[in-house]
Design a protein. Structure first.
Length: 385
């Protein structure tokens, strides 16, 4: 074993009843907690971002073709704009209305109406249980109105035209705003109720890879007339995901500062070690050790504290993330956070980068103690020996 490494381990153990030894343990604990906190918080933020994006993209279109005016569905477009990346193209109608129960004590709720060809329902990729024709209501809306499949509801549109329709099924998007107010109707029926016979609000397009929307949009713009707009999900959801990115950056900055403060405890611990080991340093200098070698002993100690704390912290973080991911131990109010549980993403790269950051800050924390140890004068250290 290298002599300096042996002396590092010997010095790091120290006297178990000394304050310097206790300070070393506190430093390891501080780094462990800091590393675990950063990894878990960033894992939760990444998981929330990813889960929300997946849920939104499962229901909402990846690309929408819209016009400021209602228009007839150009069936010929389907052949023109076909692309290997496009998995589904279908016309839609959007509207608003009110849904009312037919019970003795009626309940009502404002709703969002979406008309879609019934054969395109599988393309929405949501939890859907329906039979026959009628309307499909969101899970939260059905719970609020106290209805189930087969019940009848009165749907009133903004044109003050209404119709009694059976509940054909219940839909669950996983997003509270949709589940609590969504009503799906067959396209022709929606056109009739909203006074848009033969007309639609827009064309929805689904892709194999939602991240390739910019490439597909450029392709579509070659065929779409100038009075139409081609919008991607990155534009329609721009505000939401920009806020999530800013929140993620803010949390990373705050948690990184906490980790830096935790690693600074290494400085205090090593300074105490230097004060406690002055005599031993003097003896080593007298035996021929150079100031640089003395400094390296304390530098190795700081690195060892940082690595030990980092490894323990990553084990703690992994255990917590697995617990959160598979046990779903943290529940959330769905009406506020879109999700009913706390999601987490276990990212090996995040573990690696936080470990590197922890080692780097630990190295910086050793500079002052190492410098002081390397400049201890032999005569002063051994004056009273």
């Amino acid at each position: 074993m290298n002599c300096l490494v042996f002396l590092t381990l010997k010095s790091l153990k120290g006297k178990r009843d000394s304050f310097a030894h206790f300070s070393t343990l506190v430093s390891i604990l501080g780094v462990s907690v800091g590393v675990a906190a950063v990894i878990v918080v960033m894992g939760v933020m990444s998981g929330f971002d990813e889960e929300l994006q997946n849920r939104i993209l499962s229901f909402k279109p990846h690309i929408s073709i819209i016009s400021w005016e209602k228009f007839a569905y150009p069936v010929t477009w389907e052949k023109k704009i076909r692309s290997p990346e496009i998995t589904a193209i279908y016309p839609v109608i959007w509207g608003e209305g009110m849904l009312k129960t037919l019970k003795d004590v009626p309940l009502s709720k404002g709703v969002i109406i979406k008309g879609i060809p019934w054969n395109k329902l599988p393309d929405l990729k949501i939890k859907l249980n329906y039979e026959g024709k009628g309307i499909i209501v969101g899970k939260g809306l059905a719970r609020r109105l106290g209805v189930k499949k087969g019940d009848k509801l009165f749907l009133l549109t903004t044109r003050l035209e209404g119709k009694v329709l059976p509940v054909a099924g219940i839909a669950e998007t996983g997003i509270y705003q949709f589940d609590s107010s969504l009503v799906l109707l067959p396209l022709t029926q929606a056109q009739e109720l909203l006074g848009m016979q033969g007309e639609i609000s827009g064309i929805d397009i689904k892709l194999k890879n939602p991240q390739k929307v910019e490439e597909v949009r450029k392709y579509l713009e070659k065929f779409v007339p100038k009075n139409f707009s081609v919008l991607t999900w990155k534009e329609t959801e721009k505000t939401l995901f920009a806020a999530l990115r800013m929140e993620k950056l803010t949390m990373f900055t705050i948690m990184s500062l906490i980790l830096i403060v935790a690693t600074l405890s290494i400085t205090a611990s090593l300074i105490l070690k230097v004060m406690e080991k002055q005599k031993d340093v003097g003896i080593l200098r007298a035996l021929g050790f150079t100031p640089r070698e003395i400094g390296r002993i304390f530098l190795y100690q700081g690195l060892l504290i940082g690595i030990t704390g980092g490894v323990i912290g990553e084990v703690i973080a992994l255990a917590l993330e697995l617990l959160i991911k598979y046990r779903k131990i943290v529940s959330l109010p769905q009406e506020i956070y879109f999700l009913s549980y706390l999601p987490v993403k276990i990212d090996p790269w995040m573990f690696l980068w936080i470990m590197i950051f922890s080692i780097f800050t630990s190295l910086l924390a050793t500079i002052l103690p190492s410098y002081r140890a390397s400049h201890i004068e032999v005569s002063r250290a051994l004056r009273y020996e």
